[in-house]
Write a protein that binds this ligand. Sequence first.
Ligand code: NAD
Length: 495
Amino acid sequence: MSEISLLPEVRAFLARDHGHFIDGQYIGGTSGLTTPIVNPATGETIAIVAAADAAQIDAAVNAARRAFTGSWAATLPYQRGAILNRFADLIEAHGEELAQLETLCSGKSIHLSRMFEVGQSAIFLRYYAGWATKINGETMSPSFPSLMGEQYAAFTRREPVGVVAGIVPWNFSVMIGVWKIAAALTTGCTLVLKPSEFTPLTLLRLAELAIEAGVPAGVLNIVNGQGNVGSQLVDHPRVAKVTFTGSVPTGLKVGQQAMAANLTRVTLELGGKNAAALLPDFDLQGAVAGLIQTGYVHQGQVCAAPERVYVPRARLDEVLETFSGVLRGAPIGSPLDESVQFGPLANKPQFDKVLGFFEKAWAESRIVCGGKALDRPGYFVEPTVVVANGAADSLLHEETFGPIICFLPYDDVDELPALMNDSPFGLTASIWTNDLSRAMRLIPQIEAGTLYVNMHTFLDPSVPFGGIKASGIGREFGSAFIDDYTELKSVMIRY
Ligand code: NAD
């Protein structure tokens, strides 16, 4: 087992003075507040990033507002699409550099950084680029009576809402950041993006590539810092919309604050406690491989991943045996080692949180495999399988956002809707079966924004994604995002 070599440009980038990207300029901070960026695989500090002060936040929003009414408004739709496509090309051309940077900050395996943070980011950008020329209103025929021969026409226009504040988490910081950038820019909005304090570096580099791709200065700005920087953005009077991805407690604060600030539009992509149900006919090898692939990817730090699995009681033992057999043999180690499947958790607070869930699992439930931290530097834990003692166990209800799947046996398929819906969350869910009739009857009964059959966790730009219940408000992707980034203006004409 050996680590790949870091590219010289990655070492050079890490050594830079990091702060923000405002009005086309890479700038250091002036507030004196800084955040160390820690490599979760080693616990070592790899860079220092300055936190934005109030004047810098204001400068970023003002730059975005100037670009919204100036350079970006003057850009034709097809030009916006062409720029986003060039941006995707540059992300691919710098793919290895971006992937290495993101792995160093997030602990994500280098394969995942290459595949998702780089590859999927380019795919999503290209999808959104195609929308730039297809965002249109409708024409209507009013029924007003004509008393003196006059006639009426009406149409709607889709107009960009203005400056968008994007606030993103640390788990897929580049890809989720790109979702916000692409949706804002293709609709004609401009953006101030606040990365997570744990993973700000790659997005700063991305902002430079955006300029190289032809995005005018001020259209995409990045301000760094802790939650208070995000909060100041939400409050800013020139921010027209907030798009937030993160935890439920923060999302609640952001939503309430946005309403109180200016009735600012807000979309919230929040957490989940996603259920998977194995129906009596499920295919053992297929379901186990699918749930391991999607439940433990990036150490389970994926909002859409399955965290609780309902299994027919008679088949619980064979599922647990197969599951734990695969997990016990999985290589854990440096995420820069291409032969490794499991890396570290992404940061110390997340590591402490997962250790807390291990304690709960040892106390309340039955741990079948895993359940411990590794005795080595960095934030490594074992992939873990838990069996709940009953439907009330905490591991069936609290989002762990870690490599822990909790199983519960059931006796009758009719129990499944109540079991699966017994959660404040409603992000994703899956059913595993080849019984089409049963699957089709269950789909309308499950409370989730996305329901998968014989798969879980996958996201595609053409398919709307978002949560119901406490998992959020609004949808990304598909054509659904357009409603959230544009105002509908009605025009009526008498002639
Ligand atoms: P978090 O809520 O702690 O932080 C998210 C972002 O909000 C960070 O940039 C943070 O600095 C900022 N923030 C914190 N306090 C703020 C405040 N008061 N006002 C404005 N901004 C503030 O979440 P996290 O720990 O970074 O991410 C993990 C969570 O994100 C999990 O719950 C996960 O399920 C969720 N998530 C959801 C999706 C989705 O699409 N539904 C995707 C990824 C992650």
